[in-house]
Ligand binder design. Structure first.
Ligand code: SAM
Length: 259
């Protein structure tokens, strides 16, 4: 996609923003941060082409317009792509400190998870979590990596409650530091394709009780992430990359489905 807009700017070079709702010919107002980014940081003039997308309306070429000095909007002109259906992969994680949590939400989104699920474990330090901030990080990553979708961000829940309500048919891949030294690919070879979830523990790891509880559940598959103990945010990226390559949309067997 590289057609020229009225300003001579190409679609491919256009900045990309998450915005909703989007409908052809209907001006969608920008929030002050988005307006500042386009008009001040990027110095785009009215009429410039911007790519706008969301998980419900897909991706559009839109035109920038200004009603008053600070009131900016985007009007979708041409649809480029329908919404994407993300791989059916949930990511369960124990909340970490702010900057590492930002990183974690961004990387999990880039890795293609469809749901971000903060869980409280016995050794979780952070009990309060800013869901809006998690979502803002997911949006930033989706804008950057070309997703025409957005993972759902759910409220924090205790690990025990999540496990007691676990849906039938979804395999939970449990990253178990006690299995360090094992072979992750061999562990994953025993996991069947289908709805999946990945669980990574907090800085302090899982307690023996949690580990026993997890290992006793029939839908839980413990895996190793290699010979070294990884930081929780590193473990997240490693685990999701392994799972996407072995069972998800990095392989050819389960291409990304579009609606
Ligand atoms: N218990 C450890 C400690 O405090 O030294 C470390 C926990 S580790 C920082 C955080 C989480 O990353 C673990 O609970 C586990 O889910 C995952 N993890 C890290 N390294 C791993 C490995 N080699 N194999 C499996 N999981 C790992």
């Amino acid at each position: 996609m590289s057609e020229e807009g009225s300003t001579g700017q190409t679609d491919a070079a256009a900045p990309r923003l998450y915005l909703r709702p989007l409908a052809q010919g209907v001006a969608a107002p920008l929030d002050p941060k988005q307006a500042h980014y386009l008009s001040v940081v990027l110095r785009l003039p009215p009429g410039a082409a911007v790519l706008a997308f969301n998980e419900a309306d897909g991706e559009w070429v839109a035109r920038l317009a200004r009603a008053r000095r600070t009131d900016w909007s985007l009007t979708p002109e041409r649809k480029l792509a329908p919404p994407q259906r993300l791989p059916d992969l949930w990511y369960l994680f124990a909340p970490l400190k702010h900057d590492r949590l930002d990183y974690l939400a961004q990387k999990a989104t880039e890795m293609g998870v469809c749901r971000l699920m903060p869980v409280l474990t016995e050794r979780t330090h952070r009990q309060r979590l800013n869901i809006d901030r998690l979502r803002a990080n997911a949006i930033e990553a989706a804008e950057q990596c070309g997703l025409v979708s957005l993972p759902e961000v759910v409220e924090t829940a205790a690990l025990g409650d999540v496990l007691s309500r676990w849906p039938p048919g979804r395999t939970l891949i449990f990253c178990d530091e006690d299995r360090a030294g094992g072979d992750p690919l061999r562990d994953l070879a025993a996991v069947r394709r289908g709805p999946l979830a990945v669980l990574v523990g907090p800085e302090g790891g899982f307690s023996p009780r949690e580990r026993r509880q997890l290992r006793a559940l029939p839908h839980v598959r413990p895996i190793s992430l290699g010979p070294r103990i990884l930081r929780a945010d590193t473990a997240a990226v490693a685990a999701l990359a392994l799972v996407q390559a072995a069972l998800g949309d990095w392989g050819t067997a389960t291409p990304q489905v579009t609606d």
